[in-house]
Design a protein around this ligand. Structure first.
Ligand SMILES: [Zn+2]
Length: 128
């Protein structure tokens, strides 16, 4: 993989894609942008970002440990965004359906999820 290309698979340069969201300089403007940046955070093993972008009310006490142990068992291969509902700049809620391909403890595998996102005080959060 080209090291400058964003891991989320957008084909864009990291600094003009998920980079600003991960650095905390700006917050992701849409649910899909947040979802992509969370995938990138998994690839880059940025646990803090994943915890911070989870809706505070749904954060389990051992969330960081869960994320860390999951990260250490998988090598992420590719992200496919299948579709979105809502989640735009003027929405407060949205879903993103995606497939993330990875190599896990049992070989090549894929994670298919339809995630719910909510916007609170101008920032998007992952709900579940
Ligand atoms: Zn990206």
């Amino acid at each position: 993989m080209n090291p400058i290309e964003c891991p989320c698979g957008s084909g864009k340069n990291f600094e003009s894609c998920c980079g600003p969201w991960l650095s905390g300089k700006q917050s992701a403007p849409t649910a899909e942008a947040l979802m992509r940046s969370r995938y990138t955070a998994y690839v880059l093993k940025n646990v803090d970002y994943l915890v911070e972008t989870t809706l505070p009310a749904t954060r389990e006490p051992d969330l960081a440990d869960d994320i860390r142990s999951w990260m250490n068992q998988v090598t992420w291969q590719r992200l496919h965004v299948l579709g979105t509902t809502g989640g735009g700049r003027s929405d407060n809620e949205g879903t993103v359906e995606f497939i993330a391909e990875f190599i896990g403890p049992h070989g090549a595998d894929r994670h298919h999820e339809r995630s719910l996102f909510k916007k609170v005080k101008g920032s998007w959060y992952y709900v579940g």
